[in-house]
Design a protein around this ligand. Structure first.
Ligand SMILES: [Fe+2]
Length: 169
């Protein structure tokens, strides 16, 4: 497979995986908004719902991460080391997502178990942490699409393509 086709295939698969994560991310955001704005009476039920949405989001993001970390990044590292700094940044964001999602799950589990005497502060924290997580996903995909994958496509379409491909094999 020539460089152009390889880059196109990698980018197409990446967009597909991002679309799945974005869907789960929207559903999670809607659930988190209910925690912040619906009545206290529904808090435990809304926390359980947000928790199950977070699990789905974490699963689709984990699939995205596994594909990049195990299949794409090692291959790109061999083909074009110039992308390594950007790749390292993306890997840091993959880990940040996992840490923040785990912390959010703990917060939601506490709300699901027992409604606090004053639920306003924990509900606000879940809401702001949830927004941060969704923004992290969006910004991560923007850096991937406008930076990493665009540069990869350019590198593999460039004049040095045959050399890059022989490095990759
Ligand atoms: Fe990624």
């Amino acid at each position: 497979m020539d460089g152009q086709k390889l880059a196109e295939r990698i980018c197409r698969e990446s967009r597909r995986s991002q679309a799945l994560v974005q869907e789960d991310s929207k559903a999670f955001m809607a659930a988190v908004q209910k925690i912040r704005f619906e009545r206290r009476y529904y808090l435990r039920r809304n926390a359980a719902d947000a928790r199950s949405r977070l699990r789905l989001l974490s699963r689709s993001f984990s699939d995205h991460v596994a594909r990049e970390e195990k299949e794409i990044f090692p291959r790109v590292r061999r083909m074009t080391p110039a992308l390594l700094p950007l790749q390292n940044l993306l890997s840091l964001e993959h880990r940040e997502f996992a840490d923040r999602a785990a912390a959010l799950d703990r917060g939601l589990a506490a709300l699901e178990k027992k409604t606090p005497a004053d639920p306003a502060a924990p509900a606000r924290k879940i809401y702001s942490d949830g927004i941060y997580l969704v923004c992290l996903v969006r910004s991560h995909f923007a850096v991937e699409g406008d930076g990493f994958y665009r540069m990869l496509r350019e590198r593999l379409s460039s004049e040095s393509r045959p050399a890059l491909l022989s490095e990759a094999s």
